[in-house]
Design a protein around this ligand. Structure first.
Ligand code: NAP
Length: 349
């Protein structure tokens, strides 16, 4: 068989300020071959996650201890992929898997890593498997339904509300009978939240004063704060937490690019005064419960009761700009990339 060409993006430099294509180098080389205990997969869908900034290295001082990959390394990603060769006991050619791959056509994997590889449930399309039923969906599902302990009629406020996790969490909170207020960074995001997303109200954190709007919208306080951004919104929410309130710590996008780390919330005393609870969740630890989440989510996605809001770039060439979109706040819904066909993947191409 003629050798497969593997198109790939490697990390060329650490970002100074914003991420751009200049931080990556496009390389074409023969596809790798799996060794014993490994499989070769063709990548189909790539996920874009704010924490990928740690892999590129937040700044020129980035080192391995901070999660930065060495310069010259292929860029890492979560992906949905098809196994095409296997010397791994658990994965067979033809299977569709979700796992840690790289920005390239063909990735070799041992199935391990921070997020272990798992088989995508039968019949789940790739765009759902990488988003609403992937790590993003697990964070939203277990964050809302389990960590937040929602009770019908309660007030639920969420930051990063129109992103990947947020767009699912908002809809799940509505399905739980909560009053939902989403905080997001553009008029388009706020419009989506109060239309298709079903939120009761939206706050544009770029044009509105969030604290004042929260006081207007929640004069009696809030019961649940689902935090995707970290940063000052957490303080504002803590100040307004009702008795028995819950704070779900999902992400801290506002802090990821900041060194040194900014000071933490200054008002944790509010948790004491509210008999409140603040709890983090790490979605990859919920992978063993994916079937449980899928049992709830898939029928609702199929019936249209729940929508997978996706922002899709097509073609591996667009990977750097897709990641930059997250940090520019341009994505509405889950930022995905659908791979184009690598050279020679189809007869005649
Ligand atoms: N705990 C877990 O296991 C888990 C799993 C998945 C994701 N997460 C975390 O959840 C959060 C949301 O992830 P996602 O994949 O759904 O991302 P996302 O919300 O789709 O995209 C990132 C969003 O963050 C906002 N943003 C960008 N730069 C920012 C900055 N400097 N300060 C504040 N906000 C900024 C923008 O939204 P606006 O324009 O609306 O501000 C942007 O659209 C992230 O922090 C992520 O790391 C956690």
């Amino acid at each position: 068989m003629a050798s497969r060409v593997n198109r790939q993006w490697r990390i060329a430099s650490r970002p100074r300020g914003t991420i751009s294509e200049a931080n990556f180098e496009w390389v074409e080389s023969p596809a790798p071959a799996p060794k014993d205990g490994e499989f070769l997969a063709r990548n189909l869908w790539l996920s874009f996650d704010p924490t990928q900034l740690f892999m590129i290295g937040r700044n020129e001082l980035a080192d391995a201890a901070s999660g930065a990959l060495p310069l010259g390394s292929p860029m890492g990603t979560l992906a949905v992929s098809q196994v095409i060769e296997s010397r791994h006991p658990s994965f067979r050619p033809g299977e569709i898997v979700h796992g840690q791959m790289r920005w390239e056509d063909y990735s070799v994997s041992d199935g391990l890593g921070f997020t272990p590889t798992y088989r995508v449930p039968e019949g789940v399309p790739g765009n759902w498997a990488i988003g609403v039923l992937g790590i993003t969906g697990l964070a939203a599902y277990f964050g809302v339904r389990e960590i937040a302990r929602p009770k019908r009629g309660e007030t639920f406020v969420i930051s990063g509300a129109a992103g990947g996790v947020g767009s699912v969490a908002v809809q799940l909170a509505k399905l739980e009978g909560l009053r939902v207020i989403g905080i997001a960074g553009s008029a388009a995001k706020c419009a989506w939240l109060t239309s298709e997303g079903g939120a009761d109200a939206a706050i544009n954190h770029r044009t509105e004063e969030v604290g004042r709007r929260l006081t207007e919208l929640c004069p009696d306080g809030l019961d649940i704060f689902f935090d995707n951004d970290g940063g000052p919104t957490l303080d504002l929410a803590l100040d307004r937490l009702r008795t028995g309130g819950r704070v779900v710590l999902c992400g801290g996008t506002a802090n990821y690019s900041l060194t040194p780390r900014p000071p933490g919330p200054s008002n944790l005393m509010s948790l004491i005064m509210a008999n409140g609870r603040m709890e983090g969740l790490l979605a990859r630890d919920y992978i063993p419960r994916l079937a449980e989440a899928a049992e709830y989510l898939v029928p609702r996605l199929r019936s249209g009761q729940l929508r997978s809001k996706e922002d899709t770039v097509t073609g591996l060439r667009g990977a750097p700009s897709a990641l930059a979109r997250l940090y520019a706040g341009e994505n509405v819904g889950k930022q995905l990339l659908r791979m184009d066909d690598p050279p020679g993947a189809r007869p005649g191409s």
